[in-house]
Design a protein around this ligand. Sequence first.
Ligand SMILES: [Zn+2]
Ligand SMILES: [Zn+2]
Length: 134
Amino acid sequence: MPSRTASCHCGQLRIEVEGEPSFVGICHCLACQQRTGSVFAALASFSGPYRVFGKATEYIRAGDQGAKFRFRFCPVCGTNLFHTEEGESGGVGVAVGAFADPNFPAPRCSIYDCRRHPWVQLPPGTKAFDKDPT
Ligand SMILES: [Zn+2]
Ligand SMILES: [Zn+2]
């Protein structure tokens, strides 16, 4: 199976995932805007297995629907690299930018579209959800 590696900026923390992502989306929620420092987050979900190299610092955030997300970021350079959902085994969400691959599959979903900056245009065919559909 083909594998991809996403890396923090300094290279200390890396994650290797296998196969194609089960989901690629962008999230405009204010938490993702503050978490990334950008105006939206681009995330790819993989069903696993995956391998992590290096040390990660963790931060747990409760989502609006009560789910808890455990974010892992590099303690050296601060890149927010991947996250898992508490109680959900196997899968992982990886920051798309960390693959440093402009040919990475485009997002199919736009989440928390109600928080989207008006100048951000969605690619044609993207499904937009006002909030989180799950
Ligand atoms: Zn780093
Ligand atoms: Zn979000």
